[in-house]
Structures are given as structure tokens and as C-alpha cells.
Design a protein around this ligand. Structure first.
Ligand code: PDD
Length: 290
């Protein structure tokens, strides 16, 4: 059985036969959007939140989604069902569609919908036990006034450059600053720091993706009565932090042990652990399953 389950415009096709047109503007110009939904015990986790974000990304690009949310939920379930029963990583991509070789999308009348499912990546236990390494990348996050990082688009070249920087330095993730020198997010995850019992994360106006996990973690902190701040943070805040962790659909809450050469003490920190445990409950709460 192939590693991937793939659908093109709602039709499941063998991976070797899945094709998109070379004139699809998603391919030509990165003119596409996507979401990644994970399963928990085989059920979709927070698909409603992901689809809301997909719709928001589509609106920002003036791209009309070709289906309603019920269709997408059913399609995600169908993707999961075609897998081998283990937990899934379910990616849905909506492309601008085929059109003339011209930047303007006016000739693209039919958006493409691609589904790609694979096993949910399993990160090394070691990373949760002793923390991962991140770096602060030289490459900066696109400003909100450019390709707004709040749009989950297929245009990830900035993040590709940053993750290459990270891997060259043996790091799991690269944290990007905005052009003003404030922290934003990592290449496929959000970042949190804990200082003096206060949980802090870059505010959305710094230019970042509003992560679904980030949103749950903020709710979890409020439930645990932990003070939280969405604020502006610098690299100094990282170095002075008591604890640092990153969040994403595939990683959940992952402690950071090293920021470049700077070692964090007591990893995972006690607050990170409390948040990670509470987030685990959120993941298994049937109210968040579709
Ligand atoms: N990435 N920031 C960026 C740039 C991301 O691409 C992601 C998600 C996140 C975390 O968002 P969430 O908590 O909703 O997963 C933050 C997905 C997992 C991916 O591209 O694989």
C-alpha cells in the first residue's frame, strides 16, 4: 500500500496517476491555499476550525471555494477511511485552477481540490522528553503588508529558506522575526515563551498564522488560570525565558531545549508540561471531533 492516499477534485486516484495541469496557477504562481487536519482515534480533530481558516484564506485571495464545509468534512473522512487505520495527516489544497499563462487569475474558472493523506508524523519521544532545538533564522517572515502569513497559502518559499537554515544547524525548527525584529512564528509551528509564570506568544499583528493549536493552547492557559499575553517579543525574550515551546497540528505542544547555542534549563518546564497535559485532554475531547 502506498504511503499516500490522494484525491483530485474529489476523485481518489492511485498516487502514480494523480496529476495537476502545468497551467494551474497553484503550480505556476503558488496561487493556492491549504489546511492540515489530523485525526485522533480516527476522528477528525478540529476540522471546523481548520475549515474556517481555509475559508478565510480563500476570501483573502478572492478565491471561491467550490464546496461547502460539509463536503470538505465528508471528504476528509473519506481520506481517513482509505488509510490503514492509523492516525492520519490530512492535507487539503485548493488551487486557483487552470488558466492562461498570465498572473491575473481571471481565466481560472475552476479551482482544483487536491487531497493528500499520510500517516500522522510521529516525532521522536526524545524531543518531548528533552526538548527540540530551534534557531532564530536570518530569513525574515513576510510582512503582513506583503503575502500575509495569516493566509495559509501554498506560497511557502520563505519558510523553505528558513527550514533549510535550521537543518544546516541541526535544528528541528526555525523561528522567524518580522522585518522590525520581533518574533513571529516558526516555519510550520507557533512559538510560546514562559517567563515568571506568564505565558507569552507573538500577537497576530506581528504577522503570523493563527495556528489552531495556538488557539487551543491560549484557551487551555485561561482554563488553568495561567496569565497569558499576546504581545511583541524579541530574541532577548527567548534567551531570558524560563521555558519555550512550539505548537502545531502535528507536534501538539513540543518543548524547546536549545535556541541556537543557548540551553534552556529544566526541559520540559513545569508550565509547559501542564499545558501539554491539558492540551492532550483537548485532543481527546469528543466535542472537538467531527
Ligand atoms: N503547519 N505557522 C505556520 C506557518 C504553519 O504552517 C502552521 C501549520 C502553524 C501551526 O498551525 P496549526 O496549529 O493550525 O497546525 C503555524 C501545518 C501543520 C503544516 O504545514 O504541515
Amino acid at each position: 500500500m502506498s504511503e499516500y492516499v490522494i484525491s483530485v477534485n474529489g476523485r481518489f486516484v492511485p498516487p502514480g496517476e494523480a496529476t495537476v495541469s502545468v497551467l494551474d496557477h497553484g503550480f505556476l504562481f503558488g496561487d493556492s491555499i491549504y489546511e492540515v487536519v489530523r485525526t485522533v482515534n480516527g476522528r477528525l480533530f478540529a476540522a471546523d476550525r481548520h475549515l474556517k481558516r481555509l475559508r478565510n484564506s480563500a476570501d483573502r485571495l478572492e478565491l471561491k471555494l467550490p464546496h461547502d464545509d460539509d463536503w470538505f468534512v465528508q471528504h476528509l473522512r473519506d481520506m481517513q477511511q482509505r488509510r490503514d487505520g492509523s492516525e492520519s495527516y490530512l492535507r487539503v489544497i485548493v488551487t486557483r485552477g487552470e488558466g492562461a499563462l498570465d498572473l491575473h487569475p481571471g481565466t481560472c474558472t475552476c479551482p482544483g481540490v487536491i487531497g493528500i493523506a499520510k500517516a500522522l508524523p510521529r516525532w521522536d519521544d526524545e524531543l518531548y522528553a528533552h526538548g527540540c532545538k530551534i534557531i532564530v533564522a536570518d530569513v525574515r517572515r513576510n510582512p503582513k503588508q506583503a503575502t500575509d502569513p495569516a493566509i495559509k497559502s501554498g506560497n511557502y518559499l520563505n519558510n523553505v529558506l528558513a527550514i533549510m537554515e535550521a537543518r544546516r544547524q541541526g535544528a528541528t525548527e526555525a523561528l522567524m522575526m518580522n522585518v522590525h525584529g520581533f518574533l513571529t512564528e516558526c516555519t510550520t509551528s507557533n512559538v510560546f515563551v514562559v517567563k515568571g509564570g506568564v505565558v507569552k506568544t507573538p500577537a497576530l499583528d506581528q504577522g503570523l498564522l493563527e495556528g489552531v493549536t495556538r488557539g487551543f493552547v491560549l484557551e487551555v492557559c485561561r482554563g488553568l488560570k495561567l496569565p497569558v499575553e499576546e504581545t511583541s517579543l524579541t530574541a532577548d525574550d527567548l534567551h531570558r525565558a524560563d521555558e519555550v515551546f512550539i505548537t502545531s497540528t502535528t507536534r501538539d505542544v513540543m518543548p524547546v531545549g536549545l535556541v541556537g547555542q543557548h540551553k534552556l534549563h529544566s526541559v520540559p518546564g513545569s508550565i509547559t508540561l501542564r499545558i501539554a497535559n491539558a492540551y492532550h485532554d483537548v485532543l481527546h475531547d469528543g466535542r472537538n471531533h467531527q
